[in-house]
Design a protein. Structure first.
Length: 395
C-alpha cells in the first residue's frame, strides 16, 4: 500500500544507462543474443593484486566500520597519487572516500548547494548530473554544445552562463558520453573566466587515464586560484575495472571535505572496509595495455560508423564511448515504423538488430546515441555488422 511519495523523488527519472543495462542483461539471461553496448563498464577484470587484497582483508577480519572519510592508508595513497600524477598537494584531511564516484558527487552537491543555487552543466552530460543537482535543491543551467566545438564549451559560452547565483561549474573531461577531452590550453582559457568569479569547479576526472593522443591535466593544476575552487572527483570503477567494489573520492577544500564527512556520517558512514583495502593496492596496478586496447577499439568503431549510411561520428579523444550523430535518421522509417527520436531508434535497434545502446535524450543530446566500446573485439565487430545491416534497411 502506498501513501504517497515525496515531490523530490517524483521529479527524478531512473538512470537510463543502468535501466537499459539491467533490461539487456535480463534478456541475455533469457537466451536472447543481444550485444550490450549500453553501460559504461570495462570488460576487463579487477587487477588480481587488488582483488587479493580484498580477500586478505576479509580473512584478516578487516570487516568492521572504518573512519567515515576512509582509512588512513587509502587517503594517504590517494594524496600520493595526486602529487605524483597530477602535481597537486593535498593532505589526507583534504580527501574523502565514498561508495563510488556517484556517491562522491551526490555528497558534494549536498554539501555545497542551497536551494536556488545554479550549477553550470555543459551538455551533453552524464545522465546522473542533472538529477543529483536537482536533488540538492540547486538548478542545472545547461550550456548546449555540439560537434561544432567538439562537444566542448568555450570561455565565451561559460561567461554568458555565469550569474550571481552560480555556485558550481561541473566539468567532466574526458567526458561521458562524448569522449571529449579539454586540452591544457583550453582548460587554461576556461580558468581565466573562472578565476574572475567565486564558485566551485567540480571536476569529474574519473576517465583521466583513458586518453588517446592528447595530454590530460587536472584543471586544479592550472593555478593556485583554480586549486582553491576545485573539487576533484575520481574513482576506481573505470581505471581499475572495479565498478562493483564501489570506491570513489573527492579532493578539495578542507571545509567542504569536513562538511561532506559530516553528511556522509549520517547517511552511509564509511565506504566498504574490504573495498578500501583493495583500492590501496589497485593504485599500484594501473595497466597501460588497457588504454592501448581501448584505443584500438575506438579506432575500429569510428572507422566502421563513418563508413555507414546516415550516421556520422567525430573522433572522441578519451573515455570508452563514441557519440554518433543520428539526426539524418530521424524522420525516416524502418519496416514501416517512423524513427521519430533517438529513443525510438534505440528501441528498434534492440528489437530488430539485437544491439543495446543508450539514446541521447538522457544526456541532453536528442540527435545522438551513445555506444560503449568497453566490450570484446568480437562483440564489437558483430555489433557494427548488425548496425550497418539495420541502417541499410532504413528508408
Ligand atoms: N562520473 C562519470 C562521468 C561516470 O561515467 C560515472 C559512471 N560510472 C561515474 C562518475 C560514477 O562512477 P562510480 O560511481 O562507479 O565510481
Ligand atoms: N557511468 C556508467 C555509464 O554511464 C555506468 C552506469 C551509470 O552509473 O550511469 O554507463
Amino acid at each position: 500500500m502506498a501513501f504517497g511519495l515525496s515531490d523530490r523523488v517524483k521529479e527524478i527519472a531512473p538512470s537510463p544507462t543502468l535501466s537499459i543495462d539491467t533490461k539487456t542483461k535480463e534478456l541475455v539471461s533469457q537466451g536472447y543474443d543481444i550485444i550490450n553496448l549500453s553501460v559504461g563498464e570495462p570488460d576487463f577484470g579487477t587487477p588480481e593484486p587488488a582483488a587479493n587484497a580484498g580477500i586478505e582483508a576479509i580473512k584478516a577480519g578487516f570487516t568492521k566500520y572504518t573512519a567515515v572519510p576512509g582509512i588512513v592508508d587509502l587517503r594517504k595513497a590517494i594524496a600520493r597519487k595526486l602529487k605524483e600524477e597530477n602535481g597537486l598537494d593535498y593532505e589526507m584531511e583534504d580527501i574523502i572516500v565514498s561508495n563510488g564516484a556517484k556517491h562522491s558527487l551526490y555528497n558534494a552537491f549536498m554539501a555545497v548547494c542551497n536551494p536556488g543555487d545554479e550549477v553550470i552543466l555543459p551538455a551533453p552530460y552524464w545522465v546522473s548530473y542533472p538529477e543529483m543537482i536537482r536533488l540538492s535543491g540547486a538548478v542545472p543551467v545547461v550550456i548546449e554544445t555540439d560537434e561544432s566545438t567538439g562537444f566542448k564549451i568555450t570561455p565565451e559560452m561559460l561567461e554568458r552562463a555565469v550569474t550571481p547565483k552560480t555556485k558550481v561549474l561541473l566539468l567532466n573531461s574526458p567526458s561521458n558520453p562524448t569522449g571529449a577531452v579539454y586540452s591544457p590550453d583550453e582548460l587554461k582559457a576556461l580558468a581565466k573566466v573562472i578565476e574572475k568569479h567565486e564558485f566551485y569547479v567540480m571536476s569529474d576526472e574519473i576517465y583521466e587515464k583513458l586518453v588517446y593522443g592528447i595530454e590530460q591535466i587536472s584543471i586544479a593544476s592550472v593555478s593556485e586560484a583554480m586549486k582553491q575552487r576545485a573539487l576533484i572527483v575520481n574513482g576506481f570503477s573505470k581505471t581499475f575495472a572495479m565498478t562493483g567494489w564501489r570506491v570513489g573520492y573527492i579532493a578539495g577544500d578542507r571545509a567542504v571535505i569536513k562538511a561532506m564527512t559530516s553528511f556522509q556520517s549520517h547517511t552511509t558512514a564509511n565506504p566498504t572496509s574490504i573495498s578500501q583495502k583493495a583500492a590501496v593496492k589497485a593504485l599500484e596496478c594501473f595497466d597501460s595495455e588497457m588504454v592501448d586496447r581501448f584505443r584500438n577499439r575506438r579506432d575500429y568503431v569510428l572507422q566502421r560508423i563513418n563508413e555507414m549510411p546516415l550516421i556520422t561520428c567525430i573522433e572522441p579523444q578519451g573515455a570508452f564511448y563514441v557519440f554518433p550523430n543520428v539526426a539524418e535518421i530521424l524522420g525516416k522509417s524502418f519496416k514501416g515504423q517512423t524513427i521519430d527520436s533517438a529513443n525510438t531508434f534505440a528501441g528498434l535497434l534492440l528489437e530488430h538488430a539485437n544491439i543495446a545502446l543508450v539514446p541521447g535524450e538522457g544526456f541532453g543530446a536528442p540527435n545522438n546515441i551513445r555506444i560503449s566500446y568497453a566490450v570484446s573485439d568480437d562483440h564489437l565487430k558483430k555489433a557494427m555488422d548488425r548496425l550497418e545491416q539495420f541502417l541499410r534497411e532504413v528508408e
